[in-house]
Design a protein around this ligand. Sequence first.
Ligand SMILES: O=C(O)[C@H](O)[C@@H](O)[C@H](O)[C@H](O)COP(=O)(O)O
Length: 221
Amino acid sequence: MSDPREALAGQLAEAVASALAEDLRHQPRALLVVSGGSTPVAFFRALAATPLEWARVDVTLADERWVEESDSDSNARLVREELLQHEAAAARFVGLKTAAGTPEEGAEEAAARLEALAWPASVVVLGMGTDGHTASIFADSPELELALATRDPLVAVRAPSQRQPRITLSADRLHRARRHFLHITGDAKRDVLARALPGDDARELPIRAFLACPLAIYWAP
Ligand SMILES: O=C(O)[C@H](O)[C@@H](O)[C@H](O)[C@H](O)COP(=O)(O)O
């Protein structure tokens, strides 16, 4: 029997590629917003191998750790190494990390880069932590309420639970997409999602800010 997580990654890649292709029939460029972390690797590899007019696709991140791309924690590095390969190498990547020393100092330049992209995004792919965070909207961060409420595109985040300062697309900006996918695996995340679904306080479990997008949930054991 095939690995359920590999099968899920392939199904998600198929759905995302189909969404991008559909939008490219009606507009000059299509925007894909992806999350980092470990879960997306199989999805990125499957999507990278998918034929598409990638030269007309912009890719950006839902969030970024404020580290150099040489750092193994960099989401930009993950995207370049796992997604922007093969067929998808032709896509235009717009990262969130700038040369500024902190995300607070870099947010303005990063926001200017984002404004040039084809909003609303065709697709936003979210992950989720077992604390219910998504992107870098963390329940323990002092910037939580701002990230949930601001209409600014980006928020600098300093969550005590996280090793590095981060920058995240705000909930408002993440909502500016035609399609939202949640890509999670394992029983622990399934249980967190089960706890999130009946509630509505996104301050407790930030994933709740996206449960009515509508949201296509891609989960495997
Ligand atoms: O930068 C990040 O870490 C992601 O954007 C983050 O929101 C991720 O989706 C979750 O933390 C899940 O991460 P895993 O896939 O590693 O469990």
